[in-house]
Design a protein around this ligand. Structure first.
Ligand SMILES: [Fe+2]
Length: 174
């Protein structure tokens, strides 16, 4: 495997681990405020980011590479508002999408088709994640600091009704 592409894949794996730690911290932040729907949502997101990191590890192992883990810094745990937490989460998703796009270009330049095939479904899932977080940020921003509105959003998370509505039928899963 091309060294620069290998380095890129390892860095992305670290980014997924960082996202997992960040979402776990968010789960605690909402848990401390008794918002169980938000808290559970972020716990699930934390687990899914850990699974993404594991997928990259699986792929690197399948390619005969050694997975050298890097340090993951403690995530931020203090926020001024609900909107700040959601905005930071959305920005993280946008960073992950950008990192995947960069990996994709790197794999293309290296003519590493196997990596391109590996990245394809991950890219698709990541685009949906970014859409989801944009939607959630929009709703939290709309609710502002109104506690009644935030409790309604919290109940939506508890009931699993948090996916964006799409006008086209392809992604509609509500
Ligand atoms: Fe991820």
């Amino acid at each position: 495997m091309e060294p620069a592409l290998l380095e890129g894949l390892l860095q992305h794996l670290t980014m997924e681990r960082r996202a997992s730690a960040f979402y776990f911290a968010n789960s605690l932040w909402f848990g401390e405020r008794e918002l169980r729907g938000f808290s559970r949502f972020f716990q699930q997101e934390s687990q899914s980011e850990a699974t993404h990191a594991a997928s990259f590890a699986d792929y690197l192992i399948a390619r005969g590479q050694t997975v050298q883990l890097e340090e993951v810094a403690a995530p931020r745990q203090s926020w001024d508002s609900f909107e700040d937490v959601m905005a930071a989460s959305f920005l993280l998703e946008a960073d992950v999408t950008a990192s995947l796009q960069q990996l994709y270009s790197q794999a293309e330049r290296a003519s590493d088709n196997r990596t391109i095939v590996f990245l394809d479904p991950i890219m698709e899932g990541q685009i949906q994640s970014e859409n989801l977080f944009a939607h959630l940020l929009g709703r939290v921003r709309f609710a502002g600091e109104q506690q009644a509105a935030l409790l309604i959003l919290d109940a939506e998370f508890t009931n699993g009704q948090y996916n964006p509505f799409y006008l086209g039928e392809r992604f509609n899963n509500n």
